[in-house]
Design a protein around this ligand. Structure first.
Ligand code: 5AD
Ligand code: SF4
Length: 435
């Protein structure tokens, strides 16, 4: 296209950020003629879409920015977007004066506006983007990320997200269902519903809309003809009521993998994290899920060494991990974040002990994972192929989120087939298509 400009974008953090990047790419393409490049040095515009959930030392962002600035094409612009943009705001330009604009995580719809206002800083966390009609861009032909809410209303004491993404607003169900229809008509088979707290859906809309909850939204989305699979992230264990679990179990389009961020197995620590549930509630929900959906895979997030974590508290976390046997675990050392309640907690855990606990938990989880994957051998799963690898394999996920690869080529992409597992490993299973 005449006048075409090049965009380089680096996306850090969660699926929300991936979707925000897609939105910015779409807006820039449609309204400003930008096309993507994977070489920052060739770009006319360099964007970093940042994450601030854990302390990625700020100087690392600045050293990266410095390097982009040094190697960029003459006249190229640099923009810092996302959660770190929200929380550092204009300080970013103070420290790196060559940055052209700063765009917070809740302001991505303003991308084509800040582009033309040098030194613009748009980081308002009360900005309502819940009804903004973004242009289309999808990283995958077969799978579509769809936002169902923006922001987060929880007050977890360790978490910076409410400060970077603001209060929670649900997107109207009609808009979501229309979006699902649209992506399915364009060839998507799977939708990934996104929100910071998806099963809190429907508590607040922009206007006086009739309330519907997440369970009802799942029913409406699954009614879209041609749609085959629904995934969502992240649900909150507190809001996993019976109706939700029953819909999850009974609805054949809902993929049988559930993310259940535990954070800690100690009820006392869960209280000081303000998570709203106890160890017993969590285990009770897991038991119900496993009973209703025997093949379900459950993933989790765990924070070790939160302030005040005693040996006994940590033992409760190990106890939950041992008894649940999570199919996937993301575990982190607690990292104090600015403007959070826990930042002021003084009973910090010794850093060496914190590292020791993290290693212990991860080593235990590796053993659990080995015993789980050993049981996959010889079993058959339905795999939705979405990734062509350079080594002659095509990879995809089973309904319950197991990554499986088979020998094959492009024609498999976007198709669903039955695959028998012939070789197991901790992170990726190998199989053969069976008739
Ligand atoms: N320190 C460490 N981990 C954190 N997470 C969120 N905030 C912090 C923090 N301050 C983890 C939680 C969350 C995941 C996305 O990141 O486990 O579920
Ligand atoms: Fe990172 Fe949280 Fe922002 Fe996602 S919402 S980019 S995880 S800080």
């Amino acid at each position: 296209m005449a006048g075409e400009k090049k965009l380089f974008i680096e996306t850090l953090g969660c699926a929300m950020n991936v979707r925000d990047s897609e939105h910015m790419i779409a807006e820039l393409n449609e309204k400003e003629d930008y096309v993507l490049t994977d070489k920052a040095s060739e770009a006319d515009l360099i964007l970093i879409n940042t994450c601030s959930v854990r302390e990625r030392p700020v100087h690392k962002l600045f050293s990266e920015l410095g390097s982009f600035n040094k190697h960029k094409k003459e006249g190229a612009k640099i923009g810092v977007c996302g959660c770190t943009a929200s929380h550092l705001g204009k300080d970013i330009i103070k420290r790196a004066p060559y940055v052209n604009f700063v765009l917070g995580a809740r302001n991505v719809s303003k991308i084509t506006d800040v582009l033309h206002r040098d030194k613009a800083v748009e980081v308002d966390i009360d900005y309502d983007e819940s009804q903004f009609a973004f242009k289309d861009f999808r990283s995958s032909l077969y799978k579509a990320y769809i936002n169902i809410s923006i922001g987060c209303d929880k007050q977890c004491t360790f978490c910076i997200v409410p400060k970077t993404r603001g209060d929670e607003i649900s997107i109207l169900p009609e808009l979501i269902v229309n979006e699902v229809r649209k992506v399915v008509s364009q060839g998507a088979k799977e939708v990934f519903l996104l929100g910071q707290n998806v099963n809190n859906y429907g508590r607040r809309f922009s206007g006086d809309e009739p309330k519907i909850d997440f369970t009802e939204l799942l029913r409406r989305v699954s009614a879209v003809e041609g749609l085959e699979r629904i995934r969502f992230t992240s649900p909150h264990p507190l809001h996993m009521d019976d109706a939700f679990i029953e819909e999850f179990a009974a609805n054949p389009k809902i993929c049988k993998s559930m993310h259940m961020p535990l954070q800690s197995g100690s009820t006392a620590l869960l209280k000081s994290m303000k998570r709203g549930y106890s160890k017993e509630w969590f285990l009770n929900r897991v038991a119900k899920l496993r009973e209703m959906v025997p093949d379900v895979s459950i993933s989790t997030d765990i924070i070790v060494a939160f302030p005040g974590e005693s040996d006994e508290d940590f033992e409760h976390t190990l106890d939950v991990a041992r008894s649940v046997k999570f199919e996937q675990m993301f575990s982190f050392k607690y990292s104090p974040r600015p403007e959070t309640e826990a930042e002021k907690f003084t009973n910090v855990v010794d850093p060496e002990l914190a590292s020791h606990r993290l290693h212990y938990l991860q080593a235990m989880q590796d053993e659990i994972l080995d015993s789980i994957t050993a049981q996959y051998l010889g079993r058959t799963f339905e795999v939705f192929f979405e990734e062509l690898r350079s080594d002659g394999f095509v990879a995809g996920r089973s309904d319950n989120n197991i990554m499986i690869k088979v020998k094959g080529s492009e024609e498999l992409l976007g198709t669903i087939a039955k695959v028998k597992i012939t070789k197991v490993a901790r992170l990726s299973q190998t199989g053969e298509i069976v008739a």
